[in-house]
Design a protein around this ligand. Structure first.
Ligand code: NAD
Length: 511
């Protein structure tokens, strides 16, 4: 089928439901009168509407979170910890339900949706150790009779703004640590797949989280701008495209907030001549076409150090032909793209590649999906000899389009990667430990895989890129997450002791 066949579907709601907000511990219908359609991408139909908050609803959401903060931040660590344990059990118990929701609005296959839930669950599990994570420092007798120690306190109301591509995992990168550390949260999910956030909020409520601690505010730029400018919001955690990440960072910091804004990516896989090409081809398929390439850690460029390119391309093409593209609920390997508009934009890059003289090895526009003909389909696409001046190389495509660039040496490949505007993830494939070690030291990228194609760090490390992939000083989760969601105090203390020493107008010094 072609890429332009989906019918006009806006307004064709099949079940009439409208996703509202989660405020004060319950689902609240919107009164803004503004909505956006939510699609089932595998069927190409609108299945529900999502509320788009107006200014009044934004303020109501923030006010609820603000009111909940004093009691929540005073609750003991062990009680907050118990709620995290309960939520972890509920999430694990009901994850199949959440995966169905994700697939029905995002389109990714169910096994992949379960994968994103598992990675989110890791952060919940990290947050169950919040008493350990918040431990301060103590120095005894820094001066005669004086001790110094530090404590970490929550910020207050914190905002999270998430993208469409991980409707459960990205909120869970931030939520568990923010909440366990004693903050109250307002989450603004993507308007393309808003139901996972409401599901998470309902399950946190079931786990015993008090009303107002976790609020979901559905909406668009009005809601985002409301969070960015409110004096009652202390911090913003954003994940999305680079232009919006930069806007969020600049606007939020201008309004005095702590901001971490994770942006887009263009991730390269460097293949050295000694690599196992079957392993490389398997990983290029998984990392290039998993979730239809709609992952910020997807590999979008294979940098092949000659003479391996011809053999490697043949192996990738052979595997691409075996993939089953179709409805994510039918056990397929790869689902549709999130919207018709996004599918058409991604497909337009294949035309750009043709115009720029690249070689289309596998053309996803001719895909025959196992699914409804109105779905937003585009098959795996492999493009060889992509000029590095082409928009196909320089821009984030965010779809199942894998480019190959041929280079003559490790140095040439490294220079290419380091010359890019983004620095999210990268991978090297080689059997040479020395080369891999050199790469990990030389490459200007935040997350590096060695024979690992999608090196998303585990929850107790932190996730984040360099350059245009991250604005701000804190990555997501891990130690950076704890640091971001708390403010540290240092306390210098002296209790009366027979040795205390009278009046001294000099600057305090150790003695
Ligand atoms: P997006 O930037 O379009 O939207 C992200 C969020 O910003 C959404 O909640 C959206 O409602 C809001 N938003 C959109 N336009 C806005 C505007 N003009 N003003 C204020 N708010 C606005 O991103 P997306 O399409 O949902 O997600 C895909 C992008 O996210 C890709 O670029 C991908 O690389 C990136 N991403 C990055 C990471 C990472 O960790 N670096 C992770 C996942 C996704």
């Amino acid at each position: 089928m072609t890429t332009t066949s989906a019918p006009a579907t806006t307004g064709d709601a099949t079940d009439g439901a409208t996703v509202g907000h989660w405020i004060d511990g319950a689902h609240v219908p919107s009164t803004s009168g503004r909505t956006a359609p939510v699609y089932d991408p595998a069927r190409g139909v609108v299945t529900k509407q999502v509320a788009l908050a107006d200014e009044r609803e934004v303020q109501a959401a923030i006010a609820s979170a603000k009111a909940a903060f004093p009691a929540w931040s005073e609750l003991s660590l062990s009680k907050r910890q118990q709620i995290m344990f309960s939520f972890r059990e509920i999430l694990n118990r009901d994850k199949a339900e959440l995966a169905e929701i994700i697939t029905s609005e995002h389109g990714k296959v169910v096994s992949d949706a379960l994968g994103e839930i598992a990675r989110g669950q890791e952060v919940v599990e990290l947050a169950t150790s919040i008493p350990q994570l918040l431990k301060g420092e103590f120095s005894d007798q820094v001066s005669t009779g004086i001790d110094v120690y530090s404590i970490r306190q929550p910020l207050g109301v914190v905002g999270i703004i998430s993208p469409f591509n991980f409707p459960a995992m990205v909120p869970l990168w931030f939520l568990p640590i923010a909440i366990a550390a004693g903050n109250t949260v307002v989450l603004k999910p993507s308007e393309k797949d808003p139901s996972a956030a409401i599901w998470l909020a309902s399950k946190f409520t079931e786990a015993g989280l008090p009303a107002g601690v976790f609020t979901v505010l559905n909406g668009d730029k009005v809601a985002v701008d409301g969070l960015l400018t409110s004096p009652d919001v202390e911090s913003i955690s954003f994940v999305g495209s680079t232009p919006i990440a930069q806007y969020v960072y600049e606007t939020g910091t201008k309004h005095g907030k702590r901001v971490q804004a994770l942006g887009g990516a263009k991730n390269h896989m460097l293949v050295l001549p000694d690599a196992d090409l079957d392993l490389v081809a398997d990983n290029a398929i998984n990392a290039g076409f998993g979730s239809a390439g709609e992952r910020c850690m997807a590999i979008s460029v294979v940098v092949a150090v000659e003479p391996v390119a011809d053999e490697l391309i043949a192996k990738i093409a052979e595997r691409a032909a075996t993939l089953r593209i179709g409805d994510g609920r039918r056990g397929c390997d790869m689902g549709p793209l999130v919207t018709e508009q996004h599918r058409d934009k991604v497909a337009s890059y294949i035309e750009v590649a043709e115009q720029d003289g690249a070689v289309i090895v596998v053309d996803g526009r001719t895909v025959r999906p196992d699914g409804d003909e109105n779905g937003f389909w585009l098959g795996p696409t492999l493009i060889d000899r992509v000029p590095t001046s082409s928009r196909v190389y320089t821009e984030e495509i965010f779809g199942p389009v894998l480019s190959v660039v041929r280079v003559e040496s490790y140095e040439e490949g490294l220079a290419l990667i380091n010359g890019g505007a983004y620095g999210n993830g990268t991978a090297i494939f080689t059997n040479d430990g020395g080369a891999a070690r050199r790469f990990q030291r030389d490459v200007q990228v935040g997350m590096i895989g060695i024979n690992v194609p999608i090196p998303v760090p585990v929850a107790y490390y932190s996730f984040g890129g360099w350059k245009n992939s991250l604005f701000g000083d804190h990555k997501a989760y891990g130690a950076d997450g704890v640091s971001f969601f708390t403010r540290q105090k240092a306390i210098t203390s002296r209790w009366l002791d027979p040795s205390h020493g009278g009046i001294n107008l000099g600057f305090p010094s150790n003695g």
